[in-house]
Ligand binder design. Structure first.
Ligand code: RB5
Length: 168
């Protein structure tokens, strides 16, 4: 437990700069808008696609490579967009090391990082307006994991589950 704790606390790092984005057709327009806003705000954007609007594309093809890039540290955090945000969220959470959530309010966008150390937010391109989506992205990117003992303890239990060593 002690080792886990310090590993998590080490992850209380500086604010993210390299942001991975991915979407299918349902999230394409919103992804493009978010990418533009991020670049205007001096973030480095790594777009995992789709890079064109293709009505029959499949969200796992884009969001999973992005999720792996978040998990292995190629990018600092990620944003996954599909029509509802639901499918993208299910898919990215299959990548080991990803903690992602579908987010529709600014409280959860911030607290999801502070308490639960989420590293990807999932958004619904057919649900959110562009202004709210941008507020959610800003809240997500400007928040940091608190490193508080109770959150570290809880996340260690989740990590044990992911590693197959949990006795829950
Ligand atoms: C694609 O039409 C749509 O199902 C997808 O974007 C997403 O909403 C799935 O959760």
């Amino acid at each position: 437990m002690t080792e886990n704790k310090s590993a998590w606390q080490d992850k209380k790092d500086s604010l993210p700069k390299r942001i991975g984005l991915a979407s299918d057709h349902g999230g394409f327009e919103l992804k493009q808008e978010i990418a533009k806003n991020l670049r205007q705000n001096h973030y480095e954007v790594i777009d995992f696609g789709n890079t064109q609007l293709k009505q029959d594309d499949d969200y796992p093809d884009y969001v999973v490579p992005m999720a792996r890039a978040v998990a292995n540290g190629e990018v600092d955090r990620g944003i996954a967009v599909c029509g509802s945000g639901v499918g993208a969220c299910v898919a990215v959470n299959k990548a080991k090391g990803v903690r992602a959530c579908l987010i529709n309010d600014t409280f959860s966008a911030r607290q999801g990082v502070e308490d639960d150390n989420i590293n990807i937010i999932c958004l619904g391109g057919r649900v959110l307006g562009q202004s709210l989506a941008w507020e959610l992205v800003k809240a997500f990117l400007s928040a940091q994991f608190s490193g508080a003992e109770r959150h570290v303890r809880r996340l260690a239990k989740v990590e044990e589950l992911e590693n197959g060593g949990s006795n829950l």
